[in-house]
Design a protein around this ligand. Structure first.
Ligand code: ADP
Ligand code: MG
Length: 597
């Protein structure tokens, strides 16, 4: 007879449960590091915060291999005395907090005394520092939590922290890192976030020896915005200044015509500390209500100042979340402040005071019509500025198309790219690609999930993807199915497409599938609905008629009819205008038919 043996796990369990023990310093630090150091950008964040706390006005960040190989932050701050270097890398060692009461009035970014110890436990950490009054700097090295002897060296005043081979001793962490592109993007976001809040600091960021970002340190937020988003965007941003008894709000928001498809570019700072709080994003989004399309979000960089005791910053290991004493009040104030800036800026007056001539064919505009018209004004204006369609001349509110779908009489096609049509009170130029995108987008959105949407292909297509993209395709097969794509995995990285949405017949199935998953990776925690909209938008973009494609009169007419039937005919799914409008009034003025002769 076989002898009964206890299963292996029993023995294992027994060992683990042996007795309660205090964890070694090394294990404890690694656990703490799990909270503080999630990815390379977390290291960048902590090191920048330390440099800022040290009063630096020049911070250089050097990154190699998306931070896996090296993250080095060089500052010109006040430095660490050589004899304190060992303390700096010790857990719960901080120079910023002495007792519990201090916790409620922290003015520095750091205070937990955890970052350097945590980083040191998951990398090779070198700390080099010199205080102004010493001639030499000191250094210290930490390898896997173990502190190695230091030596003196010549260096300019300030601190350099070098983090090498991050997570080499924590393979689980290493495995969870995303592609280099994604990790770099996180780092870039982090550096730009801090540079916005510290316009007086000169930031430089290098990836693999290439300077990819820098600010001037001039003290102007708009200049930093320019470095991050480009000068065109920076110029258009609207300044917000608002104050009430609870808080002071300042910063910049984008005009309604300048929007994004996600909330990622709404940045908030509470007492100079970057925070992420969905309630704040909603407060801003709410301020744009009726001014931007659903699913579009403004760019915002907003600084909230409130009394330190009205906000608890110690609720999150990386301090990314804060707790407000009165969230409702803060929310209202942010929304009100944003809305005011927005309305003060949008050219409502200009539109209604155009020498008594209204956009609406001579009728005095109703208040809300004008308000809604504002959106289109800006959309068209911004596009003009971007692309210089007609140059300066048309930078007047009259090029905006009235909201809603005008009834259009087709005149023809120009440059195989635009349709020309006559509307109730002027001339319309329609971008055929943008218009078709909009039409397909609304149709596909309406039809999704219905049976008849799918069209079986005569020859099913086989498409191959890189491993990363293949994972994305696999993950989104259910969503694709809902839209009418029948896609099945066919071997490592290969997929077979059996059917496509009937609406999009005629477009390359492979191209559409590629378009569908392209760039999905950048959304890390997307809501299902967002993903679906994104996929629809991408697929439609791919399937829409292109600029330069000749359309016969019947196709031109159908496109106009379809566009008229859309709910948001004036913009493509990415928020760009589908049409620009030249009012009869404008034409008359341009031809010198009105005004003093
Ligand atoms: P914390 O920032 O929460 O105090 P850290 O572990 O990030 O904790 O840093 C520990 C200490 O090391 C800080 O309190 C500070 O005294 C010192 N330190 C770290 N980085 C710098 C730096 N760049 N310049 C000057 N001092 C620094
Ligand atoms: Mg710190």
């Amino acid at each position: 007879m076989l002898e009964w043996k206890p299963p292996r796990w029993t023995a294992l369990r027994y060992n683990i449960c042996m007795s309660i023990q205090i964890l070694s310093e090394e294990v404890a630090s690694q656990i703490a590091a799990g909270e503080v150091v999630e990815r390379p950008s977390s290291v960048v964040k902590e090191l920048i915060e330390n440099a800022l706390d040290a009063g630096a006005d020049q911070i250089t960040v050097l990154v190699k291999e998306a931070g896996r190989r090296l993250i080095e932050v060089i500052d010109n701050g006040k430095g660490i005395p050589a004899e304190e270097l060992k303390l700096a890398v010790h857990r719960h060692a901080t120079s910023k907090l002495k007792n519990a009461a201090d916790l409620f009035r922290v003015s520095t970014l750091g205070f937990r005394g955890e970052a350097l110890a945590s980083i040191g436990s998951v990398s090779y950490l070198t700390l080099l520092s010199r205080v102004q009054k010493e001639d030499l700097g000191g250094s210290i090295r930490v390898e896997g939590g173990e502190v190695l002897p230091a030596e003196d060296l010549g260096m300019p005043p300030g601190t350099t922290v070098r983090v090498e081979h991050l997570f080499n001793n924590v393979p689980a962490r290493l495995k969870f890192l995303k592609t280099d592109r994604t990790e770099k993007r996180h780092i870039n976001d982090m550096v730009s976030r801090y540079s916005m809040a510290n316009p007086g600091v000169r930031f430089k960021l290098h990836h693999d020896d290439e300077l990819v970002f820098q600010t001037t340190g001039s003290g102007h937020v708009r200049e930093v915005i320019s470095a991050v988003y480009g000068v065109g965007t920076a110029k258009q941003m609207i300044e917000v200044i608002y104050e009430d008894e609870n808080l002071a709000l300042s910063g910049y928001i984008s005009p309604p015509g300048l929007t994004r498809s996600n909330r990622r570019e709404m940045l908030f700072y509470v007492n100079q500390r970057p925070v992420s709080d969905p309630a704040l994003s909603s407060a801003v989004t709410q301020a744009y209500h009726t001014l931007v399309m659903k699913g579009r979000y403004p760019i915002a960089i907003l600084f909230l100042k409130l009394a330190p005791d009205k906000v608890d910053v110690n609720v999150h290991p990386t301090k990314a979340e804060v707790r407000f004493e009165d969230k409702g009040e803060i929310f209202k104030a942010v929304s009100r402040g944003t809305r005011r800036a927005l309305l003060a800026h949008t050219p409502v007056q200009e539109v209604s005071s155009l020498r008594g001539v209204s956009l609406w064919g001579g009728r005095a505009p109703e208040h809300n019509q004008v308000r809604r018209g504002v959106d289109s004004t800006w959309t068209a204006l911004n596009r003009d500025r971007e692309e210089g369609v007609f140059g300066q001349e048309l930078n007047s509110p009259q090029i905006s198309a009235p909201i809603g779908a005008p009834i259009l009489r087709l005149i023809g096609q120009v440059a195989a790219t635009y349709l020309i049509a006559e509307g109730p009170d002027g001339l319309y130029l329609i971008d055929q690609h943008a218009a078709h995108e909009r039409v397909l987008f609304e149709k596909l959105t309406a039809e999704r999930g219905e049976e008849h949407t799918s069209q079986t292909l005569l020859d099913s297509a086989v498409v191959e993807f890189s491993p990363a993209s293949a994972d994305l395709v696999k993950e989104h097969i259910p969503t694709l199915k809902k839209l009418g794509f029948d896609v099945e995995e066919f071997g490592a990285g290969s997929f077979v497409i059996r059917s496509v949405p009937g609406l999009l017949q005629g477009s390359s199935p492979e191209g559409m599938l590629r378009a569908a998953v392209e760039d999905l990776e950048v959304d890390e925690t997307p809501l299902e609905r967002n993903i679906e909209q994104k996929i629809i938008a991408r697929v439609c973009k791919r399937a829409a008629v292109k600029a330069g494609q000749v359309l016969n009169p019947k196709e031109q007419k159908q496109l106009l009819l379809d566009l008229e039937a859309c709910q948001s005919p004036r913009t493509c799914p990415h928020g760009r205008p589908t049409m620009i409008y030249l009012s009869v009034d404008l034409l008359e003025r341009k031809f010198g038919r009105t005004g003093p002769m």
